[in-house]
Design a protein around this ligand. Structure first.
Ligand SMILES: NC(=O)c1ccc[n+]([C@@H]2O[C@H](COP(=O)([O-])OP(=O)(O)OC[C@H]3O[C@@H](n4cnc5c(N)ncnc54)[C@H](O)[C@@H]3O)[C@@H](O)[C@H]2O)c1
Length: 305
């Protein structure tokens, strides 16, 4: 198949592009390099340096070349979304809508769309499955939820075949440490520069961390099964930020210091998801445990220097 991966110069999109290439597909990438890097793009993929909110994006999809689209390009800095919700919505809602519309008109056979469990807001049931209430508490979650609703509209009303994957906290090699989400990448960058990172709050907040290789495999499974619906991609396991710091210190063999600062508004206290629905439909399961995933990620950040 010929597949267009949006955001393929970014962290997750580049791993997804790699997984599709390894499975024998042809991959084109759309990325405006606002947060991504040319070095992330796997060998064999072709970059189109364009913005998903531009007519050039529509024109590329309308060329009719693509059998499938994998949509990962997004604005995803939660704090920036609070300060600049119009910027966030312009990319995540209008950019996504442009892609869905062009995909339908050009008869793309399947779409896989990256969403987030940030659409849930506070987790009231743990582990959260796909029936969990959806009450986003930051503009980023609102814009991703709006994207999901447009995707559902395209699927239900126009019959566009589409999988929506909601990730919890993804980590691994190539994660951008210069954003303001992704505690593992941010702390690794600071530790390796002998800077002292700040934990927001007491570090007891729990997250369901999933390795990017598992996420890339989920994107391959979603495409191969032409799965329709919304699915949680997670490990159904939670670790606190303090646990992550311990694992990072152990991986790097150094007792690095951390500061504690005020807790951030809009951050849920605990997140943990259930992947049972996706596993039942595809057989996919997470395979990378947090200790070995953090070790691999720490070595990648260290050796990249
Ligand atoms: N990283 C996580 O923990 C996580 C969790 C849940 C969901 N997600 C979702 O996964 C997707 C990818 O996230 P990531 O962590 O790889 O982020 P990332 O910032 O590394 O990748 C996003 C890519 O999109 C590109 N991009 C941004 N705006 C663009 C635009 N207007 N036009 C073209 N390209 C544009 C960026 O340059 C970047 O390469 C996003 O949709 C995000 O919402 C990520």
């Amino acid at each position: 198949m010929k597949i267009l991966v949006t955001g393929g110069a970014g962290f997750i999109g580049s791993h997804v592009a790699e997984a599709y290439l390894q499975a024998g597909h042809t991959v084109d990438i759309i990325d405006n390099l606002s947060m991504g890097y040319v070095e992330n793009i796997p060998a064999g993929a072709t970059l189109h340096n364009i913005d998903i909110t531009s007519d050039a994006c529509t024109d590329l999809i309308m060329s009719g070349e693509y059998d499938a689209i994998n949509h990962h390009a997004a604005h995803m800095e939660l704090r920036v979304s609070v300060d600049k919700p119009v910027h966030d919505a312009g990319i995540n809602i209008l950019g996504s809508l442009r892609i869905f519309e062009a995909a339908r008109k050009s008869k793309v056979k399947h779409l896989v769309v990256a969403s987030t469990t940030a659409v849930l807001g506070e987790f009231v049931n743990l582990p959260a499955d796909e029936t969990h209430p959806v009450r986003p508490i930051a503009p980023y979650g609102v814009s991703k939820r709006a994207m999901e609703i447009y995707a559902e509209y395209e699927r239900i009303v126009h019959g566009l075949s589409m999988t929506i994957l909601r990730y919890t906290n993804v980590y691994g090699p190539r994660q951008n440490p210069h954003g303001e989400s992704g505690v593992i990448a941010i702390f690794l960058e600071k530790f390796l520069k002998n800077e002292v990172p700040t934990i927001h709050g007491d570090g007891g907040q729990e997250r369901d961390y999933i390795h990017v290789h598992d996420v890339a495999r989920a994107n391959l499974a979603a495409l191969e099964h032409r799965l329709n619906g919304t699915f949680h991609i997670c490990r159904n396991d939670a670790a606190s930020v303090n646990d992550v710091v311990l694992a990072l210190r152990s991986a790097l063999g150094n007792d690095y210091s951390v500061n504690n600062g005020p807790a951030k508004a809009g951050d849920p206290a605990k997140t943990r998801g259930s992947h049972d629905l996706f596993t039942a439909q595809t057989g996919w399961r997470p395979t990378v445990d947090l200790t070995s995933g953090i070790l691999e990620t720490a070595l990648w950040f260290r050796d990249r220097k």
